[in-house]
Design a protein around this ligand. Structure first.
Ligand SMILES: Nc1ncnc2c1ncn2[C@@H]1O[C@H](COP(=O)(O)OP(=O)(O)OP(=O)(O)O)[C@@H](O)[C@H]1O
Ligand SMILES: CC(C)(CO)[C@@H](O)C(=O)[O-]
Ligand code: BAL
Length: 314
């Protein structure tokens, strides 16, 4: 089936046939993996892929294996018609060439085994990832992401694959997996797109009432306070800043959050290894990341993540 100029591909076989044609025509392929409910953050990745490759594939697949049983797999927004329209209309100069929308049985022909207890044995070697940040709070997450990204890359075989810095730990996991499994693709990481109030664009923002969306600006405001502290210290010529001072600057802002909100974590990590830092070497910088649980419009809870990079190059 095809829309104006975007081919919709539903099976591994069709995807491979499409890819083979690109190879025969000597065309490079850029790939943007997503779980749909597309927003301007996704479009930013697509725009870069369109600019850097002859052909661009976007995948839309809500991957069950990265959700633990208590997480929001069923509630995750699924807006395929709207997503396809967005991809057709957002890029007037150059269209997305193919959208890969597989069923779960295409991606997992032998089914899915969720071994949540066994996460620490995951095969991807990412220092710090099992102990802290998202890995600690979402036990199924990185094994599921590593599995599905490997499968997707095996099917699409792109020259370049695009991810958002918003999921900073995911980017480290994917870079390590591409390196360790000798996958022949270039991983490109692009900066986080934000709403006018600073809130990171997330598919899960669809869960939020306008009021909560307004208040959620505090998340980025807290991260910006950490950045300001870092820059002040950098300009003063200091060599290091204790992580506690950074965390305190964020806590001051977070203390104004509505009382029902729950800060799941704020972490100060090494920018490359993601190991927890007691003190930030100003010449090296750090990744400051956070997850906050806020009320959903429908009485559930939405988990919002964000991060900023503290870099001596700022
Ligand atoms: N605001 C953003 N800016 C840049 N890239 C983004 C942004 N939001 C998502 N991405 C990237 O788009 C890709 C697909 O993300 P995904 O479909 O999970 O959406 P999402 O907005 O991250 O949703 P959620 O975190 O609510 O699941 C990922 O590489 C992700 O990092
Ligand atoms: C990379 C990904 C598409 C794997 O399902 C997902 O984790 C996402 O959208 O960030
Ligand atoms: N972009 C992150 C996907 C997830 O939260 O499962």
């Amino acid at each position: 089936m095809s829309t104006r100029s975007t081919t919709i591909i539903r099976t591994v076989l069709q995807m491979r046939q499409w890819r083979r044609q690109c190879l025969l025509q000597n065309k490079t392929v850029g790939f943007v993996p997503t779980m749909g409910a597309l927003h301007m953050g996704h479009c930013h990745l697509v725009k870069n892929s369109l600019a850097e490759n002859d052909k661009t594939v976007v995948s839309i697949f809500v991957n069950p294996s990265q959700f633990a049983p208590h997480e929001d797999l069923d509630a995750y927004p699924r807006t395929l018609d709207r997503d396809l329209k967005m991809l057709e209309t957002m890029f007037p100069e150059k269209q997305v060439d193919a959208v890969y929308v597989p069923e779960t049985r295409e991606m997992y022909p032998s089914g899915i085994v969720l071994e949540v207890e066994d996460q620490k044995g995951a095969f991807v070697n990412v220092k710090g990832c099992s102990e802290g940040l998202e890995g600690a709070h979402r036990p199924a997450f990185f094994r599921g992401v590593a599995t599905v990204v490997t499968k997707l890359l095996n099917v699409v075989l792109p020259e370049r694959v695009y991810f958002g810095q918003k999921d900073a730990q995911q980017c480290v996991v994917v870079k390590n997996l591409v390196r360790d499994l000798l996958i022949d693709t270039e991983v490109k990481v692009l900066e986080t797109h934000r709403e006018a109030n600073g809130l990171a664009m997330l598919s899960r923002n669809e869960y939020l009432s306008p009021e909560v969306k307004d208040q959620a600006a505090l998340i980025y405001k807290g991260l910006c306070a950490a950045k300001e502290l870092y820059i002040t210290q950098l300009e003063s010529g200091a060599g290091a800043v204790p992580s506690k001072d950074i965390l305190d600057s964020i806590k001051t802002i977070y203390s104004t959050m509505p009382s029902l909100w729950e800060v799941e974590y704020v972490a100060v990590s090494h920018p490359d290894t993601l190991e927890d830092l007691d003190s930030v070497d100003l010449a090296v910088g750090a990744l400051i990341s956070t997850a906050v649980r806020v009320p959903r419009g429908d009485s559930g809870v939405a988990r919002l993540i964000d991060n900023v990079q503290l870099s001596p190059k700022i």
